[in-house]
Design a protein around this ligand. Structure first.
Ligand code: URA
Length: 215
């Protein structure tokens, strides 16, 4: 939400007779680290969905727990399952280049996926797998309190917005996620498959960067 929109919203609340609004108390980076570690620990041996059967490592998420930006992908692949880290395969290498192009490194952002365990043969996660896993992501968002989201790919966008639109719709309509500015762009794995999408992805990243740097 922009500062202007927030001010208008607060004025509206005041005009309707409410003179107190409660905002969550600030949380230190150290506390966020502790809360994320506890959440990871709680879910290391999760068996809430069949993806647990193929799990070598839970791919919880990584990066700066106090990040301004949170990047959300779809699901771990083979390399991620082996290392426990998100986006470490070919798509991850391209992601690093995409981030570098907008002056960001992994240490500045937090990266997580919709599901934390690898779907067999890298198929899309099934609805019941996403439903089982989403509470972890929501808790991560609650702890990190990002000021902006970058959503990688259609599966993540459709899941987070619970909307069956196509990628173009999300890229151009740019709905907020939980009142937070959100940019949706192509998944790096899709960009590896289709070079023609690199130009529009670059345009999305530049828009994201403008907002990120203004926050
Ligand atoms: N693709 C994703 O969406 N996430 C990863 O962690 C790796 C590949």
């Amino acid at each position: 939400m922009s500062k202007r929109a927030l001010l208008q919203y607060l004025e509206l609340i005041q005009e309707s007779g409410i003179d107190h609004v409660f905002t969550p108390a600030p949380v230190s980076a150290e506390d966020k680290i502790k809360q994320l570690a506890a959440l990871r620990e709680e879910n290391l041996n999760c068996t809430k969905c069949p993806l647990a059967e193929g799990r070598i490592e839970l791919v919880f998420g990584s990066g700066n727990p106090d990040a301004k930006a949170m990047l959300i992908g779809e699901a771990p692949g083979d390399n991620e399952n082996k290392t426990g880290l998100p986006f470490v395969g070919a798509a991850g290498q391209l992601l690093d280049k995409m981030l570098a192009a907008i002056n960001l490194t992994r240490d500045e952002i937090y990266i997580a996926n919709i599901v934390k365990c690898r779907p067999p043969e890298n198929r899309n996660p099934a609805p019941e797998e996403k439903i089982a896993c989403l509470p972890i992501l929501l808790e991560q968002i609650k702890i990190i309190r990002p000021k902006i989201f970058l959503i990688m790919g259609l599966v993540a966008a459709q899941t987070l917005f619970a909307k069956n639109e196509n990628l173009g719709w999300f890229r151009t309509n740019r709905p907020d996620l939980m009142g937070t500015p959100t940019y949706v762009t192509y998944h790096p794995a899709a960009l590896i498959r289709n070079q023609n999408w690199k130009r529009p992805a670059w345009e999305d990243l530049q828009e994201f960067q403008k907002t990120y740097e203004s926050l």
